[in-house]
Write a protein that binds this ligand. Structure first.
Ligand SMILES: NC(=O)c1ccc[n+]([C@@H]2O[C@H](COP(=O)([O-])OP(=O)(O)OC[C@H]3O[C@@H](n4cnc5c(N)ncnc54)[C@H](OP(=O)(O)O)[C@@H]3O)[C@@H](O)[C@H]2O)c1
Length: 302
């Protein structure tokens, strides 16, 4: 099959990721052995989805190793994809007996140990992009910038970003070390990033956001209640008018923002991944974008 190139730069000087990223948060529930995982990765690559979003904690610290096992059996596969992973959340887990309480940790000792564990689990020499998963309230930005620089010098991590950080937290770190993205929740059902300055900051700094739960974790399809039904109804109408699926329309709504987000899919199903890629060619007018916004917030603009 011919290779489809969906790659886009995350920022000036940042890495190129595929415009749709495959998320593996739910992979531990997908009942895949290494061969099935490899087939799934190859199906993603066939669609042009070459970037995979991990975190050390996914599956209770097990998903990186599942993925690494799949890579291990397929020489050459690693070079065809980009690995994003995260660190900084400490879960109380049998896998990490040293963690006494669920907490955040951006200390050099934790970040360096976490990256080494991720490299071992993923069976790779380097991570393309490392994100601080949640803002550590005790973050020392100078020390964290030094840790990032050391990881880059060692060739272990190529690029760095944050996730779920406030604009102030991002700016504080970005002044000390060039970040390439902020990974945030954003969907027709979750619009906080439009209101708290997060997306404006991405536009201003030229950092494309990565978007998690772009389908609200499936609530867009399965949820009930007035809010979900209103949003689903408007999206479905727009989808029907274009002959695309509800999921494709929701992705298109996310993609319409000028920060040029990269949605992260959460599904194992290849058809669902295809629906995400299809959104890259859907045109959405500003008025139609505002129809969805209005349905979600429940009132027209002032
Ligand atoms: N940085 C962070 O803090 C953070 C937090 C959460 C997630 N993430 C990342 O974001 C990724 C995506 O998050 P998410 O899984 O919540 O994404 P999502 O795409 O909003 O939700 C995926 C869920 O929706 C369901 N779904 C139902 N109908 C669907 C349809 N037509 N198309 C697609 N999905 C449908 C999926 O089930 P099926 O499998 O049956 O399709 C799956 O359970 C994660 O894998 C992870 O990499 C990051």
């Amino acid at each position: 099959m011919a290779t489809i190139d969906l790659s886009v730069p995350l920022s000036a000087g940042g890495p190129r990721l595929s415009a749709v990223v495959a998320g593996v948060w739910r992979m531990a529930g997908w009942q895949m052995d290494a061969a099935a995982c490899r087939r799934w990765i190859e199906q993603c690559l066939d669609l042009g989805i070459t970037s995979f979003d991990h975190a050390d904690i996914y599956g209770g610290y097990t998903v990186e190793a599942m993925f690494g096992e799949a890579l291990h059996g397929a020489p050459g596969l690693r070079q065809r994809l980009q690995i994003v992973t995260k660190c900084g959340i400490k879960l109380v887990s049998p896998q990490r007996p040293g963690h006494a309480i669920k907490s955040y940790d951006s200390s050099a000792a934790h970040v360096l140990a976490s990256v080494d564990a991720s490299l071992r689990a993923l069976r790779t020499e380097h991570i393309d992009l490392l994100l601080m998963h949640r803002p550590d309230l005790l973050m020392d930005p100078d020390a964290l910038a030094d840790t990032f620089a050391a990881l880059r010098r060692a060739g272990k991590v190529a690029h760095f970003g944050v996730s779920n950080h406030s604009p102030q937290q991002l700016a504080m770190l970005h002044r000390r070390f060039p970040l390439v993205t902020q990974q945030i929740e954003f969907s027709p059902l979750q619009m906080r990033a439009l209101a708290d300055g997060t997306l404006e900051q991405c536009v201003d700094l030229g950092l494309r956001p990565m978007v998690w739960s772009p389908l609200a974790g499936g609530r867009l399809f399965s949820g009930d209640g007035e809010h979900v039904q209103r949003v689903r109804g408007v999206l479905q109408g727009l989808a029907d008018a274009r002959g695309v699926s509800l999921a494709t329309m929701a992705y298109a709504w996310v993609l319409r923002h000028p920060s040029r987000p990269l949605p992260i899919t959460g599904s194992q199903r290849v058809e669902a991944l295809r629906e995400a890629v299809a959104a890259l060619s859907v045109e959405l007018s500003a008025e139609d974008w505002y129809r969805v916004w209005q349905a979600s917030v429940g009132h027209e603009v002032a």
